[in-house]
Design a protein around this ligand. Structure first.
Ligand code: NDP
Length: 472
């Protein structure tokens, strides 16, 4: 008998995904470049279900039922291309290659087009939830041909997380749509974590709370509208004490945040699409700033504020600022999906994205139900901020939000996430923006022309002569 599905790449993600399929009753072919890992896998997990191990790619492909479905869980980039090539060489038209790694969506578009030429179906699929999710139910964001999803979808939905009985897996759209959405998911995750970090910093610097006390604050916040996986694990990490020194764990960790690239990709794509994802960008830049110890050491001598700020109810104000800034960061991420969907012809269903992020993935949160409801009520919402529920939440939060940003500036605690989110909110609200002055300057030095509020067409003022205006 042959396998229903195969997994090649048996590191932590692939291994757990293979076990997840087996736990759901599927026969799973398993393969890894270094055979030792496959043998280890069989030693450890053979009793958990039906596995068909192979030592070569050829045998692995041959062990799959047609149409073949092979999931690649190897390092993104070159290794993924190499494995695709090896699999494709042994496959037949109608077979499917699924890349579950963190591929760049542009690579996925390229790979999908190339394999289509050869009659193979390529599904670039975002998988979120880390090793725990892969084993017990991740959030899955498959792109690619709708035909492929018909046969593959039911298997993926089966092993995905479920919220209220709904699978956290849906066909996102053609070619790179799945990996794009996974990328934005990760970008939002960066923003979320930055806002959480700023909240912690303020509670510690402005309120003088100890990490263990802040852990309690987060635990309490997790009972309300902020309820989410990231808030939950923040309480865990802040409450953790280093066994060796007896100090709070956060105080023994080097304060330089690393990144593997999906946040940077999100911002790069947003720049290309012209979508202001300030929350994600500030998060990426904050990590970059943290990673320059020489500059930070040199700058330590720079002057800081002398003042202190009396701030009543700071904890509650920070909670509200966090919620409001989070709404902004998500709204921006969803805007980016709208823009990409138009640019690449993907027709992404935003409500469905909120739905599949409710469980399994790192940004899973109660909050995503509100986003789903917002898009259910109005598919063409110009921005999440104006959905009545979110508009009301922002109204309720804005005084706190402004006080928090003011306090942070007064005492010199950097809050780029909170501050930029508030600036975005205020800019979007404005009747008139100073962009009109920017247009005037551009016309002055570069004859770049401008449009008028009272007439159609483009105009240029002859700045160097009599300053008369003419149609451009
Ligand atoms: P790694 O990214 O650490 O990759 C290790 C695997 O890749 C091993 O099986 C290794 O085989 C294989 N590999 C590397 N180079 C090649 C090559 N040239 N040819 C064939 N196989 C190769 O594994 P993870 O499980 O951490 O992640 C897998 C994918 O899932 C990655 O794309 C990652 O970005 C993504 N992902 C990871 C998450 C996580 O939490 N870790 C979450 C979501 C997605 P060998 O044993 O022979 O070295």
């Amino acid at each position: 008998d042959k396998a229903d599905i195969g997994v090649t790449g048996l590191a932590v993600m692939g291994r757990n995904l293979a076990r997840n399929f087996a736990h759901h009753g599927y026969v799973v072919a398993v393969h890894n470049r270094t055979e030792e890992r496959t043998n280890q896998f069989m030693d450890d997990y053979r009793d958990e279900g039906s596995f068909l191990p192979s030592g070569s790619v050829q045998d692995f492909v041959a062990s799959l039922n047609r149409p073949r479905k092979a999931i690649i869980m190897v390092k993104a980039g070159g290794p993924t291309d190499a494995v695709i090539e090896e699999l494709a060489a042994h496959m037949e038209p109608g077979d499917m290659i699924i890349d579950g790694g963190n591929a760049n969506f542009a690579d996925t578009r390229r790979r999908e087009a190339a394999l289509k030429e050869r009659g193979l179906l390529f599904v670039g699929s975002g998988i979120s939830g880390g090793e725990e999710g892969a084993l017990n139910g991740p959030s899955i964001m498959p792109g690619g041909d709708a035909e492929a999803y018909k046969t593959l979808g039911p298997l993926l939905e089966d092993i995905s997380a479920k919220v209220d009985g709904t699978p956290c897996c849906v066909h996102v759209g053609p070619d790179g749509a799945g990996h794009f959405v996974k990328m934005v998911h990760n970008g939002i995750e960066y923003a979320d974590m930055q806002l959480i970090a700023e909240s912690y910093d303020l509670l510690r610097q402005a309120q003088g709370l100890a990490p263990a006390e802040i852990a309690d604050v987060f635990r309490e916040w997790n009972q309300g509208e902020l309820e989410s996986y990231l808030i939950e694990i923040t309480a865990e990490v802040l409450g953790h004490v280093d066994a060796e020194t007896g100090k709070p764990f956060v105080d023994v960790v080097v304060d330089q945040a690393e990144q593997k690239g999906t946040g940077r990709w999100t911002v790069q794509s947003a720049l290309d699409l012209g979508v202001p994802v300030t929350g994600i960008a500030e998060a990426v830049f904050s990590r970059a700033l943290s990673g320059h110890p020489e500059q930070r050491a040199a700058a330590r001598a720079l002057a800081g504020p002398n003042g202190t700020a009396a701030h009543a109810n700071l904890v509650e104000d920070v909670r509200r600022a966090l919620y409001a800034s989070k709404i902004v960061a998500y709204a921006q991420g969803f805007d980016q999906m709208v823009a990409a969907s138009e640019e690449y012809g993907w027709d992404i269903d935003l409500g469905a994205m909120a739905t599949i992020w409710r469980g399994g993935c790192i940004i899973r949160a109660r909050f995503l139900d509100r986003i789903r409801e917002a898009y259910d009520a109005d598919r063409r919402l110009p921005t999440l901020l104006v959905d009545p529920t979110f508009a009301e939440a922002l109204t309720a939060a804005q005084d706190s939000w402004r006080r928090v940003v003011a306090t942070a500036a007064t005492i010199g605690v950097p809050t780029p996430g909170f501050s930029s989110a508030l600036a975005y909110y205020d800019a979007l609200r404005r009747d008139r923006l100073p962009a009109s002055l920017v247009q005037g300057l551009r016309d002055f030095f570069g004859a770049h022309t401008y449009r008028r509020v009272d007439r159609d067409g483009s105009f240029h003022t002859d700045w160097s002569a009599d300053r008369s205006e003419s149609p451009a």
